[in-house]
Design a protein around this ligand. Sequence first.
Ligand code: NAD
Length: 369
Amino acid sequence: MSVQVLVLKESAAGEKRVAATPETVKKLAAAGAQVAVESGAGLGAGITDQAYLDAGAQLAAADSSGSADLVLCVQPPPAEAIGTLRQGATLVGVLHPQADQARAAALRSRGIRAFPLERLPRTTRAQAMDVLSSQAGMAGYKAVLIAAQLAPRFFPMLTTAAGTIRPSKVLIVGAGVAGLQAIATARRLGAQVEGFDVRPETREQIESLGGKFLDLGVSAAGEGGYARQLTDDERAEQQRRLADHLRGIDVVVCTAAVPGRPAPKIVTAAMVAGMKPGSVIVDLAAETGGNCELTRPGETVEEGGVVIDGPLNLASMGAVHASEMYARNVYNFVALLLKDGVLSFDWNDELVAKTAWPEPAPEPATAAG
Ligand code: NAD
């Protein structure tokens, strides 16, 4: 019998994204799956139930997950909802299984084969499945728009009858996927943009987007293309130079992260005190504690005339395109698990094996000779 796929209606507060679109429903059906979508699942992303029906899906009531073999979601379902999944079902989404004990216990007790997409190895082959990248792109874009909205100034240089307005100076802290999108967006708005990162290879990437690389004299390239944690000396040097530089900056967008750790604290309270009144900091790292010491996740605060915003779940603010990208990422990953319309796990495929949680048990060694 063909695999039964269920697309969940997200239940987290403020979450507007959805894990499948009519486009990916059609692709799943073409791969032999029977797709059901929880009624209203797409509304936050502008997708009606009818659009899913037209794409060949069925509609499901909100508590109908009990018969699905493969459940697709964006954020982790609550532990109680996991408890209603079919024993041994497969769950694909951004699941952070270890971040919540009740969730991990629920996944284990139902024998759920979970594929938390944040665990996907970031290899070239995985790029089309990389939800961290696709969603970070939207977050970086929105962070700059929020900054432009909060800043009491124009971003571009303007020559007006009332004289010339100088362009805003924008600094992007961290030039990963979100940071590079932030640089590109701030440039499109006409700002003078600088970026910095501890990975030296970002210099070329920042410059290729029309930004200037801010050299703070610290390099911390780590494994797998990610940053490593800085030593105390490196951090002190970075902070001394940054404090000086921030005095002349109008807008800071923070995006620095180290995987699996709280966000590095880069902009201290003392640095904020040295910034000009009317400056703005948008801290996209608020989700993991923030890059600025004064950031309060989910809030906008003001300190000495400097506005500090700590927005959460920025990808959801652009739910239409974020869902379009997320759903394609999910489909591309799920395609690895579907063989002739049934689920099958190729543990020799590192994308499948390394993403799975719990990790698959190693194959028993076969007796030689
Ligand atoms: P991330 O969200 O973990 O981190 C964001 C950025 O913060 C990184 O560039 C990191 O170097 C930087 N950072 C960390 N500590 C810092 C500090 N103290 N000061 C300044 N900056 C600091 O990373 P990400 O955006 O998800 O991706 C990081 C890298 O992985 C990028 O180079 C990206 O191109 C690469 N990547 C590769 C693939 C692929 O090959 N398939 C896919 C996605 C990402």
